[in-house]
Design a binder for this molecule. Structure first.
Ligand SMILES: [Zn+2]
Length: 120
């Protein structure tokens, strides 16, 4: 009986918590739906901790398989997205070159390296 009451109380607390969170987001004026609320939270998070993007880098001196060539042309993604696709040389990536893959993920730099300005 006591256990039943505890579980009931537990569920009620979770429900109340979820409802309060929903209520807060709905009436904070920032967002009107769960999706908006999540997007808003994600954007705040990303602004504070910018997600680093990686590109698939092939080694030019090796025979490069079709799978790796294809990936080298993909848009930069963060590491979580790459892990979903499979990292170089892992079975998850399902590459033609498999474990022999010599490719790497390198940090994507959106700004090309500046040549040193000698004018100053
Ligand atoms: Zn490869």
């Amino acid at each position: 009986m006591t256990l039943f009451l505890l579980v009931l109380c537990f569920i009620a607390c979770i429900g109340l918590g979820a409802w309060l969170t929903y209520y807060f987001f709905k009436h904070s004026g920032v967002s009107s739906s769960w999706q908006d609320a999540l997007d808003w939270t994600a954007s705040l998070f990303r602004r504070k901790y910018p997600v680093e993007l990686y590109v698939w880098k092939i080694t030019n001196d090796e025979h490069v398989c079709e799978d790796c060539l294809d990936r080298a042309s993909w848009e930069p993604m963060d590491i979580a997205d790459w892990m979903k696709e499979g990292l170089p040389g892992t079975p998850e990536a399902e590459l033609e070159c498999g474990e022999k893959c010599r490719c790497k993920l390198v940090l994507y730099n959106p700004r090309p390296a500046h040549h040193r300005d000698h004018s100053s």
